[in-house]
Design a protein around this ligand. Structure first.
Ligand SMILES: [Mg+2]
Length: 170
């Protein structure tokens, strides 16, 4: 039962080391038009208000394939606004992932089907779960920085347990 739940609701469609190692050309060729991106530990260090070189390089790379980006974060909007503005991309803060509400609202606004979009993040229980529930194609990236709050470390342990149990040897 846990296995079915994991595979249907939580298992990322793809995994990548980081945003620079994703085959953007391939996703573009397969009809992807829009990218939802988590911030903390996907693009940036937890709490950043300004993009660094890595984030700038990643955004430039994605945009070079004519893909639009929306930052989707559970964090508060004043920080996310500063951060998104430093990259000149759109954003939605306080998204409450795994809630799909803001993703679905954006899809309606842009008249896109969920399968034309990617949801990319470093956490299964927020980013990937939200993306899969909304019907997006999901990519899990490795976390950029190791220092995390206790509740996130707990979720990491659960993620590792599920991965070792259901993916490693399959
Ligand atoms: Mg994150």
């Amino acid at each position: 039962m846990l296995k079915r739940w994991y595979e249907n609701s939580l298992k990322p469609d793809y995994r990548a080391k980081d945003l620079l190692s994703i085959d953007w050309a391939e996703f573009k060729a397969n009809g992807i038009k829009f990218v939802f991106l988590d911030i903390d530990n996907t693009l940036a260090k937890h709490g950043s208000r300004q993009a660094d070189d890595y984030a700038r390089e990643a955004v430039n790379l994605i945009e070079s394939f004519d893909l639009s980006i929306c930052i989707l974060s559970n964090a508060l909007s004043d920080r996310i606004a500063d951060y998104a503005n430093s990259l000149n991309v759109s954003y939605m803060a306080q998204a409450n992932k795994p809630s799909t509400k803001k993703i679905l609202r954006k899809l309606t606004e842009l008249n896109l089907q969920p399968e034309q979009t990617l949801m990319i993040g470093d956490q299964i229980f927020t980013d990937i779960w939200a993306g899969k529930r909304a019907g997006c194609v999901t990519i899990m990236v490795e976390q950029r920085f190791a220092n995390e709050a206790i509740q996130i470390r707990f979720k990491r342990k659960l993620e590792r347990f599920l991965f070792n149990r259901y993916e490693k040897f399959s």
